[in-house]
Design a protein around this ligand. Structure first.
Ligand code: PEP
Length: 253
């Protein structure tokens, strides 16, 4: 049984006060619940303070990216060890904005996955096709390729520290959410790929989140899809009014 995992990717939004106000609301809302896993991903500069604010809670704190190198002359980069040092336990890698705005390719994403795992961070590995790729019926080829390349060299034991996020690029920040059918097909395909590379049992244990314009009014339908194990949320994670209902999404069943 896979526990739903709801993650808020704040991107380059919020500042100290609004970040701390938001996590106070999330902390109060989640309390001691153990029917859902919740994580927030603040901008790097707030990871430390948010992690302190959430200490003793069940909410995890992660970063939105990390460097593929452990240390050295990499101006502007942040290492996995530095993130772990300030309380991050997770990192999002291969997000579509990293891939498409900053040109990160599968090989770099894979090096980052190893860098994060080496320092004990869990990973949310994002995959997703563009609208053109979907229209050209390339969805499976693209997301299967991103998945296998991103996980190259990752052991079965380390796979247990990885969550996959299926995030169609055309759905991110656009208000155009994937249908339950589209999400279900992509998630089932990804789970099949995981089963082929690892084992069916490991594939069955791996959580696959959906991401792309998830909102309180569409979360219920998405979380009813058997292979959808939670959501990676951008815009709706920035306000308690829209994020807290997502945490309760599965309860609506
Ligand atoms: C995201 O950035 O991962 C995301 C899914 O954004 P949004 O929810 O705003 O579409």
């Amino acid at each position: 049984m896979r526990k739903p995992f709801i993650a808020g990717n704040w991107k380059m939004n919020l500042e100290r006060k609004s970040a701390l106000d938001l996590v106070a609301r999330i902390k109060e809302h989640v309390g001691a619940r153990d029917d859902v896993d919740v994580a927030v991903f603040p901008p790097f500069v707030y990871v430390d303070e948010v992690a302190r604010a959430l200490r003793g809670s069940k909410i995890a704190v992660g970063a939105q990216n990390c460097c593929d190198e452990p240390h050295g002359a990499f101006t502007g980069e942040i290492s996995a060890a530095q993130l772990a040092d300030v309380g991050a336990t997770l990192v999002i890698l291969g997000h579509s904005e990293r891939r498409h705005v900053y040109g990160e390719g599968n090989e770099l994403v894979n090096r980052k996955v190893h860098a994060a795992l080496d320092k004990g961070l869990a990973v949310i590995l994002c995959v997703g096709e563009t609208l053109e790729q979907r229209q050209a019926k390339q969805t499976e080829k693209v997301i299967g390729g991103q998945l296998t390349a991103g996980l190259a060299g990752v052991s079965a034991r380390d796979l247990l520290k990885i969550t996959i996020a299926y995030e169609p690029v055309w759905a991110i920040g656009t208000g155009q959410v994937a249908t339950a059918k589209q999400a279900g097909e992509a998630h089932a395909y990804l789970r099949g790929v995981l089963g082929g590379v690892y084992t069916d049992s490991l594939a069955d244990q791996t959580r696959i989140q959906y991401g792309g314009s998830v909102k309180p009014d569409n979360v219920k339908e998405l979380l009813l899809v058997p292979d959808v194990d939670g959501c990676l949320v951008g815009g709706a994670s920035l306000k308690a009014e829209t994020f807290l209902p997502l945490i309760d999404g599965r309860r609506m069943r």
